[in-house]
Design a protein around this ligand. Structure first.
Ligand code: SAH
Length: 287
């Protein structure tokens, strides 16, 4: 059964009487070319375990199962179960876990079905993009790589350069934890039904260590959030407001970090944010 054929997918849904839920981001990939690009980026080996989020009708799941040791796929919508029974019939190395990716016991599932060599490959449900990426990065030590289909605008934020409108705290958060590369742009017409947005496939390679040593991770993220919390203010004013600190405490640290206090926070690179937060370490007054 060719699951990237729109005709086949429509027929499958009709035969099982399944109606799709836009609110769950149910847009199924019907583009064999994109499917191949996702698999190429994943570079699976027969030893790899894969975590997939959102099985849909099993299009990606089936392709992953052919190339990986085992696939763990977490799917929220139980009404897809009869379809998945059919499309995954005879595929022995897939475990479908029905539940909300944001709520399942991820470490236990990864232990049982993905470890020790585990990577993420998923065409993610767009309505939970931010918490999903955050959750994956919280568990980044479990994954050797993540290949994720996401909304084009989100991909642009993850790939953005300092000083651009797309560059923000999400950019810094993700790049702190992982190296980010664009795999391919994806037209909305590669899905059935087509969503209202275009997409992109992005590859995240988790970092074992941040690009520079960080003295205090909490402080680092506090500085980042303060800097982006008031994008139109100078860095000095944004930090002063966001961290609740007098300028006299912040100015020397900025100087030691070699950062002009009149710059906008959004122009700082990841490395500059790290240097600055390290220089602030110990200087801050109890707020
Ligand atoms: N991987 C498939 C389906 C992508 S559509 C394909 O490429 O065609 C996204 C899927 O995520 C849908 O099947 C939807 O039911 C599922 N989903 C939505 N929210 C979810 C959640 N919180 N946890 C797990 N799956 C979810």
């Amino acid at each position: 059964m060719n699951l990237t054929s729109p005709h086949v997918v429509r027929e499958l849904l009709r035969r099982h009487g399944v109606t799709l839920h836009r609110a769950l981001g149910q847009n199924f990939l019907v583009d064999a070319n994109i499917l191949r690009k996702i698999l190429d980026a994943a570079e699976l080996s027969p030893e790899t375990g894969v975590l997939e989020i959102g099985a849909g009708i099993g299009t990606l799941t089936r392709a992953l199962a052919e190339h990986a040791r085992h696939v763990l796929v977490i799917e929220l919508d139980r009404s897809l179960r009869p379809i998945l029974r059919e499309t995954l019939a005879g595929v022995e190395n897939v475990h479908v876990e029905y539940g909300d990716f944001l709520k399942v016991n991820l470490p236990a599932l990864l232990d049982a079905y993905c470890a020790p060599l585990c990577q993420v490959v998923a065409n993610i449900p767009y309505q939970i993009t931010s918490p999903l990426i955050t959750r994956l990065l919280e568990h980044k030590a479990s994954f050797t790589r993540m290949v994720l289909m996401m909304q084009k605008e989100v991909a642009e934020r993850l790939l953005a350069k300092p000083g651009t409108g797309e560059y923000g705290s999400m950019t810094v958060f993700v790049r702190y934890h992982a190296e980010v590369r664009l795999v391919t742009h994806v037209s909305r017409n590669s899905f059935l039904p087509p969503p209202k947005v275009d997409s992109a496939v992005v590859r995240l390679d988790p970092r074992a260590e941040p690009p520079l040593p960080v003295k205090d991770e909490k402080r680092f993220f506090a500085v980042v959030h303060a800097a982006f919390g008031a994008r139109r203010k100078t860095l000095l004013n944004a930090l002063s407001g966001g961290l609740g600190q007098p300028r006299e405490v912040l100015e020397p640290a900025l100087e030691r970090a070699g950062i002009d206090p009149k710059r906008r926070g959004e122009t700082l690179s990841l490395e500059e944010f790290i240097t600055l937060s390290n220089e602030l370490h110990g200087d801050l007054m109890e707020a």
